[in-house]
Design a binder for this molecule. Structure first.
Ligand SMILES: CC(C)(COP(=O)(O)OP(=O)(O)OC[C@H]1O[C@@H](n2cnc3c(N)ncnc32)[C@H](O)[C@@H]1OP(=O)(O)O)[C@@H](O)C(=O)NCCC(=O)NCCS
Length: 159
């Protein structure tokens, strides 16, 4: 980023869809585990967008999208929490606090508008980063909780 390039954060809107899809595909290109096709990425983005339009943001520089921050809320006991979020920054624009600013925008708005006071996330733990980043900004591993997951078809075979 040069002095003339100002990074801005604004709400995501449907016109951003193609650019946002390309950003996700570019960012995850090296990941061999999951293939992010255009169709899958579009569905994934729209699912978040439809559920919480007002909490979906993009970071732009010279009107070009360089980062995306989306989240979903879920009820938990007597309140609402953020239980899923996506933060993706274009590889050419990383380590300039774009993700930090996107997350900040999301949580401040969620707090002010929905009284959200908690955010949880399942984070890949095979590598030090990004867990190290989450911990550096205040997230802590919930030692007494384990993420359990199953294919519905497997459960139906077992019960
Ligand atoms: C994770 C991601 C969103 C971070 O975006 P970013 O804009 O580069 O992050 P920030 O600049 O706000 O980083 C803040 C801090 O995170 C840590 N960090 C960021 N990238 C890092 C990396 N590759 N390795 C180690 N630490 C890193 C650093 O402590 C950094 O602060 P510093 O640059 O002052 O040392 C980006 O790497 C990305 O898009 N990754 C692919 C998608 C992903 O894994 N998303 C996270 C789960 S949803």
């Amino acid at each position: 980023m040069t002095d003339g390039d100002i990074m801005r954060i604004r709400l995501f809107n449907k016109k951003d869809l193609d650019e946002a899809i390309n950003l996700i595909i570019t960012s995850y290109k090296k990941d061999k585990k999951i293939k992010w096709t255009k169709e899958i990425t579009e569905k994934y983005l729209l699912m978040h967008y439809r559920m919480n339009k007002d909490l979906c943001f993009v970071a732009t520089e010279n009107q070009k999208i360089i980062g995306i921050g989306l989240c979903m809320l879920k009820p938990e006991y007597n309140k609402v929490i953020i239980n899923s979020h996506i933060l993706i920054v274009h590889p050419d624009h990383r380590r300039k606090k774009v993700a930090t600013k996107l997350l900040s925008k999301i949580i401040v708005k969620a707090k002010n508008k929905y009284n959200v006071d908690e955010i949880e996330s399942s984070v890949e733990s095979l590598t030090t980063f990004p867990i190290s980043w989450y911990e550096s900004i205040g997230f802590r591993e919930k030692k007494h909780y384990t993420l359990v997951k199953a294919k519905i078809s497997d459960i139906l075979k077992s019960i």
